[in-house]
Design a protein around this ligand. Structure first.
Ligand SMILES: [Cu+2]
Length: 136
């Protein structure tokens, strides 16, 4: 799956301690962003640029909404597994972006893959930002 949707507890369960440390160290620089589904049928921010492996927490700011990737790699509302239909609850659900590229998404209640309530996540490689070391 290009995007995964797991809690820290699920992710860390069953890992040996040494590996657990490696996972924590490796993810230390991953960031978490928030995107709000608004009552006026927009997403804020409408376009978000993140690094590979960063997370985005989608949160319902009011109204009947969900979030669905254009390519169906995620569909979330109350969660990203069993309760993904548009919901008016004060839900939030997190997605980690593991693949580079642009990922459009929409609310099924108010949009589709081409129009309406839509947003865009642009995933870039952090190696181009901060992973170089000066050698001279
Ligand atoms: Cu909506």
């Amino acid at each position: 799956m290009p995007a995964i949707c797991v809690s820290w507890a699920e992710r860390l369960r069953g890992l040996p301690a040494a590996l657990l440390l490696a996972v924590l160290a490796g993810d230390a620089s991953a960031r978490t962003f928030e995107v709000i589904a608004n009552p006026d049928m927009t997403f804020t921010p409408a376009t978000l640029t993140i690094y590979q492996y960063d997370r985005v927490v989608f949160r319902n700011g009011g109204g009947l909404h969900n979030v669905v990737a254009d390519d169906n790699r995620f569909r979330c509302a109350v969660n990203c597994n069993t309760n993904t239909a548009p919901s008016a609850l004060a839900w939030s659900a997190g997605v980690q972006f593991t693949l580079l590229g642009s990922i459009g998404y929409y609310c099924e209640q108010h949009g589709d893959t081409g129009s309406g309530m839509r947003g865009l996540i642009v995933v870039i490689d952090r190696v181009f930002v901060d992973d170089f070391s000066a050698i001279r």
